[in-house]
Design a binder for this molecule. Structure first.
Ligand SMILES: Cc1cc2nc3c(=O)[nH]c(=O)nc-3n(C[C@H](O)[C@H](O)[C@H](O)COP(=O)(O)OP(=O)(O)OC[C@H]3O[C@@H](n4cnc5c(N)ncnc54)[C@H](O)[C@@H]3O)c2cc1C
Length: 308
């Protein structure tokens, strides 16, 4: 069922506060700048509005997709059926405990991950240095257990508050969230609302130096200024997908407007006019070459969403 403005007002009007956009081009909400329209895109102002619409959508059988910064997702050209829920209005982050050599931070899911990294850099809180330069939100980082340079978001998490699709609000200890390599136990219909993080007090100059060192390395190894969704494929056990793609001769390969980055072969960049169809076709072509060369099938790391 496609929801229009009248239908939205009738069903959700009294239960929801925040922006609503109909037929919203997802190219404006993803780092790849690709994706057809979502039927509806909402940016709720408060957790109560999120809870209300999730429960109403579930009752109606209308699908919904939580979205953070859109930096790890490929939205298909035919767009997204149902409602995309952006949690960008939830962006509070503050120190809630300061004891001994540790601090505890509370942060909402829509906080940009780099806002947290910068806060830690400024205050001398150690633990997140390796996450420098990873775009997107805390919520997205928790869903995919974002990480680099031997550091993962799970390393600094104490607990996570999740809104279940039946409207239940649950707090999970980080150890119970099933984190693995770029995965978590967060379900597709779960909405991460907030998290508590633990960091170690350190000398601010030392934290800044480590953060800056990682950022310099990241800048020289990844096309961070181009339109991409980060790593396309997961690293197979003990191997580097980027190196395998490179050695299979795929650097510079392109289909339509999507190209295998010359800087890091596991990044596909949109040269401006790329489509999701181009991206998926390039994934298939690269996968085939890697399979022929190494006998290994690569698994996608990016999330693919939208009408198939
Ligand atoms: C230049 C570049 C460099 C990158 N480098 C790295 C890197 O070094 N390491 C790394 O791990 N990743 C990297 N990435 C990928 C990406 O930035 C991370 O995976 C990031 O954590 C995704 O966060 P996001 O908010 O953009 O998530 P989105 O792309 O918006 O969403 C990703 C998934 O999480 C779900 N989701 C998002 N927010 C919520 C929420 N609040 N509740 C429930 N589900 C939610 C979405 O439904 C989707 O399935 C890079 C990306 C780019 C473009």
């Amino acid at each position: 069922m496609v929801i229009d403005r009248t239908g939205w007002e009738k069903t959700f009007g009294g239960y929801y506060k925040g922006e609503v956009e109909f037929n919203a081009p997802m190219s404006a909400h993803t780092s790849l700048a690709i994706g057809g329209p979502a039927d509806v895109l909402v940016s709720p102002e408060d957790p109560v509005s999120v809870k209300n619409i999730v429960m109403l959508l579930r009752r109606q059988g209308t699908p919904f997709l939580p979205l953070g910064g859109g930096t790890n997702i490929l939205v298909r050209d035919a767009g997204i059926e149902g409602v995309v829920i952006k949690c960008r209005a939830f962006n509070r982050a503050e120190v809630i405990r300061d004891s001994g050599d540790m601090v505890e931070l509370f942060a909402e899911a829509g906080v940009p991950l780099q806002k947290l990294v910068n806060l830690c850099r400024e205050k001398g809180f150690a633990g997140m240095e390796g996450l420098t330069g990873i775009p997107g939100t805390l919520g997205g980082a928790i869903c995919g257990n974002a990480g680099s340079y031997g550091c993962e978001i799970r390393d600094v998490l104490i607990s996570v508050v999740i809104l279940r699709s039946d409207g239940a609000l649950e707090r999970y200890d980080a150890d119970d969230l099933g984190f693995g390599y770029r995965t978590s136990g967060v379900l597709p219909d779960d909405i991460v609302l907030s998290a508590n993080l633990k960091l170690k007090k350190d000398d601010a100059a030392a934290v800044a130096a480590r953060t800056d060192d990682f950022f310099t390395r990241k800048k020289s190894a990844q096309p961070i200024r181009e339109r991409s969704a980060g790593c396309v494929f997961r690293n197979p056990e003990g191997m580097s997908a980027g190196r395998m793609i490179d050695e299979a001769g795929c650097k510079g390969m392109h289909i339509g407007g999507i190209e295998v980055s010359g800087l890091h072969a596991n990044f596909f960049v949109n040269r401006g006019e790329g489509t999701a169809a181009d991206y998926l076709a390039l994934m298939e072509a690269v996968s085939k070459k890697v399979r022929e060369r190494f006998g290994v099938t690569l698994d996608p790391e990016i999330r693919v969403a939208g009408r198939g």
